[in-house]
Design a protein around this ligand. Structure first.
Ligand code: SAH
Length: 249
């Protein structure tokens, strides 16, 4: 996978690509990264990249010429994504879809955003990372990069992805490491038992319990979409019933 980031502040995304697991993935040749500094494509000697919006209103907009030239310099092969609060909401399913691309070209906005004609001419998808407004597209681009690159084969170990949050429509089970007793709390006995089947069942129970409590919307969605197998469905039904009985008493 190649990530091409178009930005006025490449130092923000450079830092991410130079660190930790991402740096290793680049070293191993699994990931490629190219930052395109939009300012290098400005037309005037002051390197102007923004101007006031037609029709009035507050703030500045990113000029179309530097953006268009930067997009052309980035090349034509990748999927072109513009980060925007008006975009399609990003989630784990979209992360999986985008992780299958050969190249993602991510256009980061600043100020009040970008000239609409750039979106009309060049952009395949507008993507939002949530219903809030950030001051910059770089933070949003990093969310998409981070959520997608870890799904690419050989970046992290396969098993880490199998039971994590959102896989199979449930949140992840609670996890514990050393020491066995921390403050007043002990690691659940079953995790010390070495009994794999008991541990598997306990973790599944906890995934359902946690999802019902924190994200009941995911349970309804999973039921609708038929994401759960018989074992999970019966745990869900039993826990809901037990909750109702508990409420009655
Ligand atoms: N005036 C715009 C907000 C601009 S914020 C509006 O009201 O919709 C400046 C830049 O930050 C945007 O161009 C975009 O690239 C980025 N940004 C802000 N919030 C975002 C979000 N929720 N998802 C993705 N990108 C976002």
């Amino acid at each position: 996978m190649k990530y091409t980031v178009l930005t006025l502040f490449p130092e923000i995304t450079d830092a991410f690509f130079a660190s930790s697991i991402m740096a290793k993935a680049i070293q191993r040749g699994i990931i490629e990264y190219q930052a395109v500094n939009i300012r290098d494509f400005a037309l005037d000697k002051h390197k102007t990249c923004d101007d006031a919006p037609y029709g009035g209103g507050p703030g500045m907009l990113m000029l179309p010429e530097p953006l268009g030239r930067a997009l052309q310099a980035a090349g034509g092969a990748g999927r072109r994504i513009c980060l925007s609060p008006s975009g399609r909401p990003f989630n784990q399913a979209m992360a999986r879809e985008l992780a299958g691309e050969k190249e993602l070209i991510l256009l980061c906005g600043r100020y009040e955003g970008i000239d609409q004609r750039i979106i009309d001419l060049y952009i395949d998808d507008e993507v939002s990372v949530g219903d809030y407004v950030l001051s910059s597209g770089e933070a949003a681009a990093l969310v998409i990069i981070d959520a997608t690159y870890r799904l690419i084969d050989k970046v992290i170990c396969r098993e880490s992805l199998e039971e994590e949050s959102f896989s199979g429509g449930l949140l992840e089970y609670p996890q514990y490491t050393r020491p066995e007793i921390y403050d007043t709390l002990k690691v659940p006995e079953v995790l010390l038992s070495g009994h794999h089947e008991h541990i598997r069942k306990w973790r599944l129970e906890k995934r359902v319990e946690k999802t019902l409590k924190l994200r009941p919307d995911l349970i309804s969605f999973g039921k609708e979409q038929g994401l759960f197998n018989g074992e999970i469905n019966s745990i869900i039904d039993r826990q809901i019933l037990a909750d109702r009985e508990g409420d009655k008493q």
